[in-house]
Design a protein around this ligand. Structure first.
Ligand SMILES: Cc1ncc(COP(=O)(O)O)c(C=O)c1O
Length: 473
């Protein structure tokens, strides 16, 4: 087979390469004695055949940079995968995890717990948006799990209150809510959905808010598009609002190529949800923990949802963790239902690793670093500089749109004729080879650096992006 043959051939070269790097020993051990070492790992959301022909391998990281297996420094333009908000290898987080694994490696998550779980839940409630609006946190291990947990909590909440007919979930076109069956059902990215059967039933979708004909090269929030929230009224009229449990949106959609919400859009969604007793879920897996220069996007937009899903930046990407913040009244409804029904367990849902001790230790240390370093404020102060810098790319012949908010930018490229996504992939590869990590979705480049980024590194990122665009046909 072409893929495995090419992979095997390149691995020999690769093995030779690794002898040069600081981390070579570590990497060599994994390659020792096998002709097919790259092949066994089925990589997620990856062009596996291409990777195995031409691997991109990271062996270390510190602050704003990755180290590659051939010992190059790569500037991290994407905070890993939107998660390393405090920068890499932060000593405080490293030590917290090291100490925790020695003290308590694992505690059963069901009917038992450990102190850091409660400490972290309290910390998160203390910083949640909406002036004390949230009073409970449910822990998961990823964004996908946080989303599925939030959808299940929303359904069961209505049932606990005697509104069990509210079974419909409303997502949005181009939404990304992870890869669980709940997440892909409410999500709106066709490639993530079409090969996986019928998904959840009873799901409908709002239109996406990307209106390039009106909002091209908008700096910050677009003027045009708030009316798209009114589509929720149409969906309510179609199904009956009393059948709808929840609406889930990313306040700023990241994975689908950085879609910034039009002015007034989220406020309008909130009003319609309130009018019809529908729960509003914000998926803040990428916007949570400072990405927009505020704790959460809900703070930035001044709209308080009923449930918030978070992950990624909660532990600075060091240990997997996800969580759902629940607005006052949600937890109580479960407690009251069980109290009156004489039940014991109030929510039949949870994970072996919910509130894992290492994740809790990492999260508590991460929140300290965010606070001590004033990273959310730093991000807010750099946002105007970031905006000007990324919009300077709008004049490049490949670029058809630039959009931004906080420390996020989307740079949309004209697709190459007959090969959508190829130009984006090549820009990503050229940037990587030149020493910049970008993220690409189809032909849209996303930049979202660690919040510790400096003005000079912003300029460097933009220069390197331009160079990668120039180098790509
Ligand atoms: C908005 C949003 N929700 C959910 C997820 C899924 O998170 P995970 O990959 O941790 O499951 C992501 C990941 O990028 C995301 O951006």
């Amino acid at each position: 087979m072409e893929g495995s043959h090419a992979g095997g051939g390149d691995q020999a070269t690769r093995h030779g390469h690794t002898g040069e790097g600081d981390f070579a020993g570590q990497f060599d051990v994994q390659f020792e004695g096998s002709a097919n070492t790259l092949e066994a790992f089925w990589m997620p959301f990856t062009w596996n055949r291409e990777f195995k022909r031409k691997p991109k391998v990271i062996t270390g990281a510190k602050d704003m940079h990755y180290t590659t297996d051939d010992n190059r420094q790569v500037l991290d333009g994407t905070a890993g995968l939107w998660c390393v908000n405090a920068g890499h290898g932060r000593q405080r987080i490293v030590e917290a995890v090291q100490q925790q694994v020695a003290r308590l490696d694992y505690a059963p998550a069901f009917q038992l717990s450990h102190p850091l779980a409660f400490q972290l839940a309290n910390r998160l409630i203390g910083m949640a948006p909406g002036d004390g609006a949230f009073d409970h946190v449910f822990f998961a291990n990823s964004g996908s799990e946080a989303v599925d947990s939030a959808l299940k909590i929303a359904l069961a909440y209505h049932r606990a209150r005697g509104e069990g007919q509210r079974t419909r979930l409303i997502g949005r076109e181009r939404g990304y809510h992870g890869v669980g069956f709940g997440g892909i059902s409410v999500g709106g990215i066709v490639n993530n959905r079409r090969k996986f059967g019928q998904l959840l039933t009873g799901v409908d979708h709002l239109p996406h808010t990307h209106l390039p004909e009106h909002n091209r090269n908008t700096k910050g929030q677009p003027e045009h598009g708030a009316h798209l929230a009114d589509e929720l009224e149409r969906i309510c009229a179609l199904h009956g609002p009393e059948t709808i449990a929840a609406v889930i949106v990313e306040p700023l959609a990241g994975s689908t190529g950085v879609l910034v919400p039009p002015k007034g859009y989220l406020q309008r969604l909130r009003e319609i949800c309130d009018k019809h007793g529908i729960l509003l879920i914000f998926d803040e897996v990428i916007t949570g923990f400072g990405r927009l220069g505020t704790g959460f996007a809900a703070d930035y937009f001044g709209v308080t949802p009923d449930l918030i899903t978070v992950a990624k930046g909660i532990t600075n990407g060091t240990v997997p963790m996800g969580a759902v913040f629940c607005r006052k009244g949600i937890y109580d409804a479960f407690m009251e239902e069980a109290e009156h029904g004489g039940g014991t367990i109030e929510l039949f849902h949870g994970y072996t690793y919910s509130a894992h001790p290492l994740a809790c230790a990492a999260a508590l240390a991460t929140l300290e670093v965010y606070k001590e370093d004033g990273l959310f404020e730093h991000a807010a102060s750099l946002a105007p500089k970031w905006q000007e810098a990324v919009h300077s790319l709008a004049d490049h012949p490949h670029v058809i749109d630039v959009r931004n908010l906080g420390l996020v930018a989307g740079i949309e490229l004209a697709p190459r004729e007959g090969a959508p996504g190829m130009r984006g992939y090549e820009v990503f590869t050229n940037a990587w080879e030149d020493g910049l990590l970008t993220r690409v979705t189809g032909d849209i480049l996303a930049l979202s650096p660690p919040l510790m980024v400096s003005e000079q590194q912003i300029d460097q990122m933009v220069e390197m992006t331009r160079k990668a665009l120039d180098a790509t046909p």
